[in-house]
Write a protein that binds this ligand. Structure first.
Ligand SMILES: Cc1ncc(COP(=O)(O)O)c(C=O)c1O
Length: 371
């Protein structure tokens, strides 16, 4: 199935192949939503919540309109607000920090390690103040962060632990799926994710009933009984069409993740070029390779070379969070987080999605080895 010829252009991500395969099934599901007019929340979203909670081996899942809202509501459910601080890795997609900022709290950034590129647990202590309430660890590029080390610091200092699992649906930490290690975990179902809706989507998983019931209310205008509003809430419900598409796609996720792992294995074994470095995979982590990021000294040179060969790499991410213009007021400067800054200046993302053929992958490997 994965052995056909090399594509004309191999992009970092291409969603068309996947959606052609499942189109009729998704359209059948859309038809059911249409017939029942369950367009906002409703049975299809509930069905997805039940299935996704089981997939993550947790008690509860709450579907919302996107992953950024998941992070926002998680902060609110913890009671985080103005005057509070939340520790966030500098090397992540900016939305990890947005949820903190939306509440009026302050994101406090911390560097990543130089090899796994995940939050550096040993640096967290230096960032804790009397105002620190929580740490958000990110399972970046699909690979679980060092959960036990981060959880230990949180326990010692009485901090909440939140997982940003937006890129890691189905990733395993010591054999257990991510999503149940902290107070709550946040997922994105943006179309490009390993599990992506046909539209925008997000979700929160938790084993805590109090957070669960609060999240149900927060996403739905702060009410549990219609037209009675207990607090200022939000309209962050998941749409029925999105829920229905996720129900179809969740069934395929294990096979899509295995294919990503297979491709990653081919890259790891096949690319033998001292000019290219890869993310170190600790033995306790089983990544689902949302992205396959490499670093190289001459990012521009390699990008041009790859483009000439028809390979279009991605960039995740070109500017670390602490140096984003939006956070100028926090007073960070170049040099504050050398590992995150090195990554942003030297990273490229190789093509990574389940529908790449073996020939595509072999071609990428050969091109990189000839560089
Ligand atoms: C690490 C991380 N956190 C949060 C998000 C936000 O998710 P969304 O785009 O669904 O709002 C994303 C996805 O883009 C992400 O990659």
């Amino acid at each position: 199935m994965y052995n056909s010829a090399i594509k004309e252009k191999i992009s970092c991500l291409d969603l068309k192949g996947q959606h052609q395969q499942i189109k009729s099934e998704v359209f059948e599901a859309f038809d059911k939503v249409y017939e029942s007019t369950s367009f906002s929340g409703g049975t299809f979203v509930q069905e997805f919540e039940t299935e996704f909670a089981q997939f993550c081996k947790v008690k509860y899942a709450v579907g919302v309109n996107n992953g950024t809202s998941a992070l926002h509501l998680t902060m609110l459910a913890l009671g985080i607000g103005p005057g509070d601080e939340v520790i966030v890795p500098a090397n992540t997609f900016i939305a990890t920090a947005w949820g903190v900022s939306y509440t009026g709290a302050k994101p406090v950034f911390v560097d990543c390690t130089s090899d796994t590129w995940e939050i550096d647990a040993s640096q967290i202590k230096n960032k804790i103040t009397a105002n620190t309430k929580a740490v958000i660890g990110v399972h970046l590029y699909g690979q679980p962060f060092d959960i036990e080390s981060v959880a230990k610091v949180c326990k010692e200092h009485g901090l909440f632990l939140i997982e940003d699992a937006a890129q890691a649906h189905g990733a395993l930490y010591k054999g257990t799926p991510v999503g149940g290690f902290g107070e709550m975990a946040c997922f994105s179902f943006y179309p490009g994710k390993n599990l992506g809706a046909c539209g925008e989507g997000g979700g929160i998983t938790t084993n805590n009933e109090t957070y669960y019931t609060h999240l149900l209310s927060l996403r739905n205008h702060g009410c549990t009984v219609r037209y009675f509003h207990d607090e200022v809430g939000f309209n962050m419900r998941m749409g029925g069409l999105e829920g229905a598409s996720l129900n179809v796609k969740l069934k395929y996720l294990p096979q899509w993740n295995s294919r990503r792992q297979e491709i990653a294995g081919k890259y790891q074994e096949g690319i033998k070029n001292s000019k290219i470095k890869m993310q170190v995979q600790p033995e306790w982590s089983k990544s689902v390779y949302h992205l396959f990021v490499i670093t190289t000294e001459d990012k521009t040179g390699l990008t041009e070379y790859l483009s000439e060969k028809g390979i279009i790499p991605g960039l995740h991410y070109p500017v670390p969070c602490h140096l984003q213009k939006a956070y100028t007021h926090l007073g960070y400067k170049v040099g504050d987080f050398p590992n995150a800054e090195y990554l942003s200046n030297h990273c490229l993302s190789l093509p990574m999605y389940a529908e790449l053929t073996d020939d595509d992958v072999a071609y990428v490997v050969n091109v990189l080895n000839a560089y």
